[in-house]
Design a protein around this ligand. Structure first.
Ligand code: 8DG
Ligand code: MG
Ligand code: MG
Length: 146
């Protein structure tokens, strides 16, 4: 059944906040190549959103995070790609467990490297789903989840 390959996936992405800054990395993956995106990945079987956020952050950046909470959810249909993609993205917020810990680029095949960017001066181009959130006025610093 070919439709299984096109089933929606669940993504978990993390707004890691430090002062007025957020952690972003430029993607090397086919989907969103060369765009700036949040750390994150796919929810694994049996995981909570918080567990997935902490695991993906550790795998991709080596960072340990704290105060992980849920912000919002976005529905992302990316159909420009050769293989259409539909990801429901659970958006989480967190801070560094140790404010002095530095991000490492642990998946260099997927990312050019991680850095902190001022929320009011974000790099371009942003990854499509993130760009859409910003355009709609979403702000991870002031956002109160309901
Ligand atoms: P995995 O194999 O480690 O589980 O997955 P990954 O390779 O780390 O997946 P990813 O593409 O980094 O993230 C999963 C999906 O989440 C991505 O294809 C689309 C969705 N997504 C958004 N916004 C963002 C974002 O800002 N950053 C990331 N990384 N993914 C995002 O909707
Ligand atoms: Mg990952
Ligand atoms: Mg990822």
């Amino acid at each position: 059944n070919g439709r299984v390959a096109f089933a929606p996936k669940v993504g978990v992405v993390v707004f890691l906040l430090k002062g007025d800054k957020v952690l972003l990395g430029r993607r090397r993956s086919h989907v969103g190549y060369n765009t700036f995106a949040l750390p994150g990945g796919h929810l694994e079987f049996g995981e909570s959103f918080e567990e997935c956020a902490a695991r993906e952050m550790k795998e991709e950046t080596g960072l340990d995070i704290d105060k992980i909470d849920y912000l919002t959810v976005t529905n992302n249909v990316i159909s420009r790609e050769a293989k259409p993609l539909h990801v429901v993205a659970i958006c989480m917020r967190a801070v560094l467990a140790d404010p002095n810990q530095m991000p490492q680029n642990l998946e260099p095949d997927k990312c050019d490297g991680w850095d902190w960017y001022d929320w009011n001066d974000l790099p371009k181009p942003l990854f499509g789903p993130l760009e859409t959130m910003v355009r709609r006025g979403f702000n991870p610093f002031s956002y109160q989840s309901k």
